[in-house]
Design a protein around this ligand. Structure first.
Ligand code: GAL
Length: 376
């Protein structure tokens, strides 16, 4: 090698090392890791991620949860817009999945039964006659491993968990990784990756509740919603899909153009009665960059959701009743939070006409959802 080539190689390598060191030092500055408590004999941490705009995302490895999203309104006033608790005890108590990763099968499975290769599996029934959100001890209620990912452009945390064979009745050892990135563009980027050593089923989501007025500040009925979904999944009175995929056109489920959540919620439409409001999976068209937008005109806060998943469970907090007291001592009242849980359709293993939710050994499930915040 000529002297000059060697010199350039040394310079490039040094540059690369310096940039990486700078990047990892910068990442550490943007992430604060605190001891939060001990649960199930494992350490639980609270991670505070601050982006270049000074906006804050807080995460914990209990349930791989999002516990705090602090973003400005149009006047620049910052406020937390997601449900959670200030205390460790609040965070590890059984709340309705605030900010949690939910699995192995998010949403409902009829009578807790499904069949794989002619073998029937039975899950615990934790929602009337059905199984919900991975069971009573699903992924929302376990302590995950955590890691600050260095050498990335933005603050990034990786949570991982090995879900053992037959945990909550699901076959196969499943290795899961959930990576949260908090960008300078106020985006929470969630990357999911799962593998298994036996054929199994999988439906994974994040169950954050949002109120763009600020969490605990009234209801979400005035939020203006667009869901790019031409159909939705009707359910029976126990919220299990009937198997129909129904066009939204002409119904209160048509959010292909902007409507407030409250505008049609009291109409006497069978599905609104079964769901006690909106609590349904929408079949995303997946044709445009942004799949869902939520705008709250008083604060001017806008949330955009982008996903590669085929559906989204739009739940508008119909089971909240003010008994849960969250951040800042504020009660979470009826319909004070909305969830947009990107996922497959409920009960897919029992409906051949729904997209497949099986995962086999040798395959890797990869998926990405982005929640992006801005003002307008
Ligand atoms: C949602 C589900 C609702 C309710 C809620 C938790 O994902 O669609 O029916 O179970 O979780 O309270």
């Amino acid at each position: 090698m000529k002297k000059v080539q060697l010199l350039s190689l040394i310079l490039i390598t040094t540059g690369f090392i310096l940039t990486s060191c700078y990047q990892s030092a910068k990442n550490k500055e943007m992430i604060k890791k605190e001891n939060f408590g001990i649960h199930q004999g494992k350490e639980v941490f609270l991670f505070t991620l601050t982006n270049k705009e000074g906006n804050v995302l807080k995460l914990t490895n209990y349930g791989a949860k999002i516990t705090w999203i602090e973003i400005p309104d149009k006047a620049g006033k910052k406020e937390n817009i997601t449900f959670g608790f200030d205390t460790f005890d609040g965070t590890v108590n059984d709340d309705p999945y605030f900010g949690s990763v939910v699995g192995r099968y998010a949403n409902r499975i009829a009578k807790g039964k499904f069949t794989l290769d002619s073998k029937e599996y039975s899950l615990a029934l934790n929602n009337g006659p059905n199984a919900l959100h991975g069971g009573p001890k699903g992924w929302h209620s376990v302590v995950w491993n955590s890691e600050i990912v260095e050498k990335t452009e933005y603050p990034t945390i990786k949570f991982s968990y090995l879900s053992p064979d037959m945990e909550e009745g699901y076959p196969g050892n499943m290795q899961i990784e959930v990576v949260y990135t908090w960008t300078d563009n106020n985006e929470i980027v969630i990357d999911y990756k799962c593998t298994t050593d036996k054929k199994t089923i999988l439906n994974i989501t994040n169950h954050a509740y949002f109120n763009l007025h600020g969490a605990g500040n009234g209801d979400i009925l005035d939020h203006e919603l667009v869901i790019k979904a031409s159909s939705f999944i009707p359910v029976d009175s126990t919220l299990i899909p009937t198997g129909e995929i129904r066009p939204v056109s002409g119904s209160p489920f048509d959010f292909t153009t902007q409507h407030t959540i409250g505008e049609r919620i009291l109409e006497s439409y069978d599905q609104l009665i079964y769901g006690k409001g909106y609590d349904h999976n929408f079949v995303l068209d997946n044709k445009e960059d942004v799949d869902i937008t939520v705008y709250e005109p008083v604060s001017g806060r806008l949330m955009e959701v982008i996903t590669d998943q085929p559906g989204v469970q739009f739940y508008c907090g119909n089971f909240l009743d003010g008994k849960i007291i969250g951040h800042g001592g504020k009660p979470y009242i009826f319909r004070s939070g909305l969830c947009l849980e990107t996922q497959h359709y409920p009960d897919s293993p029992n409906h051949a006409n729904f997209p497949d939710t099986e995962l086999k050994p040798g395959e890797t499930f990869n998926s990405k959802t982005i929640y992006r915040f801005s003002v307008k």
